[in-house]
Design a protein around this ligand. Structure first.
Ligand SMILES: [Fe+2]
Length: 403
């Protein structure tokens, strides 16, 4: 099989690295930047320090601090117009996944001069996005090294993914100072998303030795440092989280994401479930579903999840991998199940049908009629094992079961 690996983003990591942002902007020939953030992050001392470093480098700064839980098409389209009008030549994102997805969307529509919804799908635009610098403030989405942006089309209640080789960020700065102010519960959510990215990249049917190596290392480092980073002030563990989420996304950017993300998408779009809850609750089930068809990967994944495999059969090892995730959730205060309010039982069948177009369908998912999907319809997904609507429905049901 032919594999392809591409990741052009420069990654600068370590304590103090945020101070390099001014020089980095200059290296990228930025003169007028839009700094994208949210109402909380934009009040943090490290945000002020980043603006000062940009200012000291002679960069003109415009700001958009209004990002919310999701990257919204309406924000992106409005700010894209503004960027063109104000002749802004670079985008700096300081925030979590939704901030980086918003900024990436703005960088895409600014040069491609069409609405964000029309840029969704794989490679649906022709011009390179504006230069981007990403400063993640959660160890999670990995959007700082990803060509993809996940945006919400508010009118149609759809989450859409867009991107291609022309929308990679130019640089990412991973400084653990940005994680210091995060409350424990908030930090756990993106970290679980990052763990999911690593596992799903490893369980992909289109991965390679390169993506497998990155994905497995990302899972090992993330799993090994999550408890310490969330339950204590361990700065090294937080730096490890940032680097691991970055590695996981480099892996899944090339091997793609799997069933956790494909099944979570309708829950996020139609039931407003936050992304990390969707993919995180699904993760143990995704492992149990896919790992049986990847026998050579069972032991390496188990070891990355710190499972003692001595004396365990393959089936027992797979079950132990799913249990290792659940035990981590218990320790970091992350839920193992959906509540009936988050996923109403009466809507499970519809959600399984709505998952059929998959994560990468983009705007074409708008025209999909879920009632055309039967029990045996396969969900579009690069994961190693094919999943039907009936199987997705069964997984959703298990995600609701009482302990
Ligand atoms: Fe994700």
């Amino acid at each position: 099989m032919i594999s392809n690996f591409y990741m052009p983003t420069r990654v600068v990591a370590g304590q103090g690295s945020l101070a390099t942002i001014g020089n980095m902007a200059r290296d990228l020939k930025m003169t007028r930047v839009l700094v994208v953030s949210d109402p909380v992050i934009s009040t943090q001392p490290f945000h002020a320090a980043a603006l000062e470093a940009l200012d000291s480098a002679g960069i003109h700064i415009a700001r958009f601090d209004e990002c919310g839980i999701d990257a919204r098409c309406s924000h992106i389209d409005t700010q894209g117009d503004r960027v063109r009008r104000e002749r802004i030549d670079g985008v700096v994102c300081i925030g979590g996944g939704s901030v980086m997805c918003t900024g990436k969307g703005i960088a895409i529509v600014a040069t491609n001069e069409k609405p964000m919804a029309e840029c969704t799908g794989v490679g649906k635009f022709n011009r390179k996005a504006l230069p981007m610098i990403m400063v993640p403030t959660t160890a999670g989405s990995g959007s700082e090294v990803s060509q993809w942006t996940i945006v919400k089309d508010e009118e149609r209640h759809l989450k859409l993914l867009g991107g291609g080789p022309l929308s990679f960020p130019d640089a990412a700065i991973l400084d653990p100072v940005t994680l210091r102010s995060l409350p424990m519960r908030v930090a756990a959510l993106p970290a679980v998303d990052a763990l999911t990215h690593g596992v799903e990249a490893y369980l992909s049917g289109i991965g390679s030795h390169i993506t497998d190596a990155l994905a497995l290392a990302a899972v090992r480092v993330q799993f090994g440092s999550l408890r310490a980073s969330i339950n204590s002030d361990d700065e090294t563990a937080r730096e490890n989280n940032l680097v691991a989420s970055c590695m996981a996304n480099i892996a899944c950017g090339n091997a793609r994401l799997g069933h956790g993300h494909a099944l979570s998408l309708p829950l996020e779009g139609h039931l407003d479930l936050p992304h990390p809850y969707g993919v995180g609750v699904l993760l143990p089930h995704v492992i149990a579903f896919n790992l049986p068809v990847l026998p050579a990967k069972v032991k390496p994944l188990a070891e990355a999840l710190e499972v003692d495999t001595t004396g365990l059969s393959r089936a027992e090892t797979i079950a132990a991998c799913a249990d290792a995730i659940r035990s981590l959730y218990a320790d970091i205060g992350f839920p193992e199940r959906f509540t009936p309010e988050q996923l109403p039982p009466a809507r499970i069948r519809e959600m399984a049908q709505l998952a059929v177009p998959g994560l990468y369908a983009g705007i074409e998912a708008r025209g999909f009629d879920p009632s055309t999907a039967g029990d045996h319809t396969v969900i579009a997904c690069p994961s190693a094992r094919k999943m039907t609507v009936a199987q997705a429905q069964a997984i959703f049901e298990r995600c609701l079961e009482a302990a």
